[in-house]
Unconditional design. Structure first.
Length: 305
């Protein structure tokens, strides 16, 4: 378990920040590197690429291949022509084409970036989502500020109980932050592949297929859990779950284990075990059973290990 905790720390404090930076840089630079090649009337400089060298597929600009190109820059005001090296916004498919430029700033060549604003707009929600993922993963590694409370062994009816007036349905489904992380990574992979930097590249085609597969599998997993995942319905009439229903008279005993699994013992038939509930969902089951149960019910001591 010590090795698992060490890997958890490495993942939380090293992998996630680095990966978050690379994904954020990918999103921003995808839009920032879109250049203007049609309307050159307002451009102060005309940029024409002559040759390009490829770098990547991972750089400080994010995921994807980045091209460092030699280009000639013509100043439309005085007619001066210089040769320089530009990185990022020029690509092999732009060789020989005129690109609108804004001039030089501290020696770096800047093009007209008509879509740079979209990069900033999308970077903000991405940063918020990524920060949530980071906190969700790293929170368990922070030192505890208070001791955990012992959970009750048996159900205790509150002083002023508010009894549910309808069936209580509880769907099993632990919050899997890593699943959201995988889905987000797959979406970014699909997004990056659609950029022109990856066209006609065999490795990128394989990455795209894997990314689409990840997105489809995660969506299918969520859909399956909604349609076919474990579920229990507790009502004054009895219990109902996927494909079966028993009245209280047909149930001999119900038990909720420490691992949040519900075990139903019918008077006639085999024992039914429904697992996969989270602590919060098990508490809902515990309360509903306290209100509606008309048979023997017990919950194992959750304070034991």
């Amino acid at each position: 378990m010590k090795a698992v905790r060490i890997l958890h720390r490495i993942f939380a404090f090293l992998v996630i920040p680095v990966l978050g930076y690379l994904l954020g840089a990918t999103i921003f630079n995808y839009f920032s590197d879109k250049v203007e090649t049609e309307d050159l009337s307002d451009a102060s400089h005309i940029i024409v690429a002559t040759s390009c060298d490829r770098h990547g597929p991972v750089t400080l600009r994010g995921f994807g291949y980045v091209y460092e190109c030699r280009a000639t820059v013509t100043n439309k005001v005085n007619g001066n022509v210089v040769t320089t090296t530009a990185r990022g916004f020029l690509r092999p498919d732009l060789i020989g084409k005129q690109v609108a430029g804004e001039g030089f700033n501290r020696g770096d060549l800047y093009p007209v970036r008509p879509y740079a604003g979209w990069g900033m707009v999308l970077l903000l929600p991405f940063g918020i989502l990524w920060f949530y993922v980071y906190i969700a993963v790293a929170w368990r590694l922070l030192p505890e500020r208070r001791k955990s409370r012992r959970k009750p062994v048996r159900y205790q009816r509150p002083e002023n109980p508010t009894e549910p007036d309808r069936t209580v349905r509880v769907f099993a489904g632990r919050r899997r932050v890593w699943l959201f992380f995988v889905f987000l990574l797959g979406c970014v992979g699909v997004f990056v592949y659609n950029s022109s930097a990856f066209q006609d590249d065999a490795v990128a085609t394989g990455v795209a297929i894997v990314s689409w597969a990840v997105v489809v599998l995660v969506i299918a997993n969520v859909a399956w859990r909604l349609v076919r995942g474990p579920m229990i319905a507790i009502s004054p009439e009895g219990l109902e779950w996927r494909g079966a229903q028993l009245s209280w008279a047909e149930i001999q005993e119900v038990q909720l284990t420490r691992r949040q699994a519900l075990i139903i013992q019918p008077r006639n038939g085999e024992v039914v075990k429904i697992s996969g509930f989270s602590t919060e969902e098990a508490t809902r089951i515990h309360v509903a059973m306290g209100h509606f149960s008309q048979t023997t019910y017990a919950r194992e001591d959750t304070s034991r290990t």
